[in-house]
Unconditional design. Structure first.
Length: 286
């Protein structure tokens, strides 16, 4: 019988997951479909019920449903609990497991780019959902220190405080993302800068100039020459922050790798088979 996978979101038409997972299922000859499902938040409980009744093997979950789905599944993985968001549901013989593959997805994309994580000194820009997944994922890989910098420093401090109990020996702190000496000092110690604000997204001309201004305002000159810079935003593939880092001669990593690896992890959890990464990446780039 043809199995049905899908991605839940609202809206959902922009999602690249159907292309990526559809290509992977075809490549491995699995008799299955992967469909985008537009689910208004108030309809989510019915959708989860349908998922159970139809015996769907798994779904991805995207905005604005990643938190709302948490109480509707039967159990949460430690990653989903720490990140406080579910991006993957696995139907294990009728038990719905809520998981989060964003954190490990980012770590794997940095592995693939040859960026060392054990003992890393990390600066994370932003204090939203992506910053939370980043800090947890890198702490799980043994980062020594993680400084979360946000334009609202109280948000950064709150995130550091909330995550600390699930982050083992990694030292976390929150601070202001500004032109202060404190921020520059953190950058000067960093081996990795993770841009996880939405400031570098560019869907319009107005956002383009905003992204340029944001990149220009960052004191990237404070980073050591060996530091790597990753931007989680993948539209455009090379963001204004990455362009500035590249001009400085720093190693840069794009956000498509995180999207690819979070999808690959979900695929492996659903099917028990290694994900065909090259085919999935090509589908994302199309
Ligand atoms: P949130 O809305 O949860 O958080 C956005 C963060 O960016 C907030 O801390 C916000 O600060 C900050 N921010 C926005 N604009 C600026 C600015 N001009 N200057 C400083 N800070 C700013 O979004 P997410 O955390 O979920 O996502 C952030 C980005 O990461 C998205 O654009 C998304 O594309 C990307 N992403 C990529 C993924 C991947 O797989 N590659 C996965 C998930 C996200 P404030 O609260 O002050 O507004």
């Amino acid at each position: 019988m043809t199995q049905i996978f899908g991605v839940l979101g609202y809206p959902i038409s922009h999602s690249r997951s159907p292309a990526m997972h559809g290509a992977a299922l075809r490549e491995l000859g699995i008799d299955a479909l992967y469909v985008p499902l537009a689910v208004p938040p108030e309809r989510l409980p019915q959708l989860v019920q349908a998922l159970r009744e139809l015996g769907m093997p798994g779904v991805n979950v995207t905005l604005p449903l990643k938190t709302a789905i948490m109480p509707l599944v039967d159990t949460l993985t430690p990653a989903a609990r720490a990140v406080a968001a579910v991006n993957t549901v696995i139907n294990d013989n009728g038990t719905l497991i809520g998981d989060n593959t964003d954190a490990e997805g980012l770590a794997r994309s940095l592995d693939a780019a040859g960026v060392p994580l054990a003992g890393a000194n990390v600066v994370v820009l932003g204090a939203g959902g992506a910053a939370r997944a980043t800090a947890y994922g890198l702490a799980m890989r043994g980062a020594a220190r993680i400084a979360i910098a946000a334009r609202k420093p109280a948000e950064a401090e709150r995130l550091a405080r909330e995550l600390a109990p699930s982050c083992g020996n990694t030292a976390l702190r929150g601070l202001a993302l500004d032109a202060s000496d404190g921020f520059k000092l953190e950058l000067s110690r960093a081996s990795l800068l993770v841009q996880s604000t939405s400031a570098t997204l560019e869907a319009s001309l107005a956002q383009h100039s905003g992204a340029q201004a944001f990149a220009a305002s960052l004191p990237l000159e404070s980073l050591p020459a060996h530091a790597a810079v990753v931007d989680l935003v993948y539209k455009p593939l090379e963001t204004a922050v990455m362009a500035r880092a590249r001009q400085r001669g720093l190693k840069t990593v794009d956000g498509l790798g995180m999207l690819l690896h979070q999808g690959a992890l979900a695929f492996e959890r659903w099917t028990g088979r290694p994900a065909p990464l090259d085919v999935m990446r090509a589908a994302l780039l199309k």
